[in-house]
Ligand binder design. Sequence first.
Ligand code: BDR
Ligand code: CA
Length: 308
Amino acid sequence: KPQLLIDTDPGVDDALAILMAHEHADVLGLSIAAGNVGLAHTARNARTLVDLLGATTPVFAGCPTPLVRLPEEDAAFVHGHDGLGDVGFPEPRTAAANEHAALAILRLTHERPGEITLVALAPLTNLALALRLDPSLPQRVKRLVVMGGAVTGHGNTGRIPAEFNIGFDAEAAHVVFESFPDFDLVDWELTLRHAFDEDEFDHWLAAGDHRAGFFGSVFGVARQTNRERGRRGVIAADALAMAVAIDPSVVVRSERHWVGVELDGRLTRGATVVDWGDRLGRPAQARVVLKLDQPKFATMVRRALGSL
Ligand code: BDR
Ligand code: CA
């Protein structure tokens, strides 16, 4: 089983990814970022998920703001004001660990050098801070999988080519992309190509266990928002990244290129720029995932919902 350390801002699709991780991997910790909603909510939501799973996974709260610029937008319109569909869960029993997310990332990778897969499902603030504290971090990590970016410029934020996780903290993404010599990039456009059919997904939810019941309840606001935006299907970006982290063989097609993050653009700040033609001669640090094995992905999700 892979050993995962998940940096996350739950978040409805983060929640699905966290369910998948606990079904298919050893989860060493959840380090929490601000993003979809504020840190108090995302940290609490992670604790709610640990309760639901009856797990003992430690939850490490991280940075409450991006490294440099304050965010221009959140994603409450997708995830609910509380980040989990405004269901109104009670105060979780699980407490947050008394260690900052960035420090927990450094400590755990020291304890298990070369063993841990980092899964980044949120703005990259905590990871960037950890890298600035200790630039040798990449040498101790087995793999890094990032959910972020829009590789041909079809983003999902107020800046057309910027995807949310990268656009929220572009400087942090820049630090991570410049520091890691090798990572997998699961981008927003891949997510749209791998949405689940809604009716099929509803069958899985109906046939599943308490995890499916939970997911069905938190998914309502996101479903409504998607409909209003004319999107069909269950779009779960972080679940795709988690599938790639759990089982790399789910990747059917990928290309390795250098990817940079735009920090200054008037219209493009937060864009991911892929050197598709390898014209800059810079080290190709990103494996851009272009296609997944959809049945395999579906099976991983169904098992995590208890419906297989
Ligand atoms: C990413 O942004 C968040 O809203 C999701 O949780 C996902 O991590 C998609 O752009
Ligand atoms: Ca997320």
